[in-house]
Design a protein around this ligand. Structure first.
Ligand code: FEO
Length: 161
């Protein structure tokens, strides 16, 4: 279980780096202030997810392993392309959390199972946000005024944890 939780530490750290790279990409495009802020905040949130795991592992008598990180994707063709990556990444995280939940049950590790419920809920929320934003971008297509409004309103769609 400890090894699997440490693998999840890596995944959350990778998420934080991936969203930081997205924030930077958006930050240097003209007029994407909302999207930039969204990904800076998302990156911070993922670091929080990582820390929560690190502290849980240590509290349970294990030792968290702080990993080296691969380079994140830094260039995106379009805003839509970046949000596709965002959704894809969150789906990968959800599947990894689900595997952890299965493992905790098969090992009868009920404390970890209980701890993981927070992540199950969080993933439902994050997937839903990522899907909503992708649907909106699908509707907007190449419409610049639509993108203007999307960027203006995006912070209303952030998940809360
Ligand atoms: Fe912590 Fe968005 O996965």
């Amino acid at each position: 279980m400890q090894k699997a939780l440490n693998d999840q530490v890596l995944m959350e750290a990778e998420s934080s780096q991936a969203y930081l790279a997205m924030a930077v990409w958006a930050d240097v495009q003209p007029g994407l202030e909302g999207i930039t802020k969204f990904f800076y905040q998302q990156s911070d949130e993922e670091r929080g997810h990582m820390l929560k795991l690190v502290q849980f592992i240590n509290e349970r008598g294990g030792k968290a392993d702080i990993p080296a990180l691969p380079k994140p994707m830094k260039n995106f063709k379009t805003v839509k392309n970046m949000f596709d990556q965002f959704l894809k990444h969150e789906l990968k995280v959800s599947s990894s959390i689900n595997s952890l939940v299965s493992l905790s049950l098969s090992e009868k590790d009920y404390a970890t199972h209980n701890f993981l419920q927070w992540y199950v809920n969080e993933q439902m929320e994050e997937e839903s946000v990522a899907r909503t934003l992708n649907d909106k971008l699908e509707l907007i297509g190449d419409d610049k005024s639509g993108l203007y409004l999307f960027d203006r309103d995006i912070l209303n769609y952030r998940s809360k944890s």
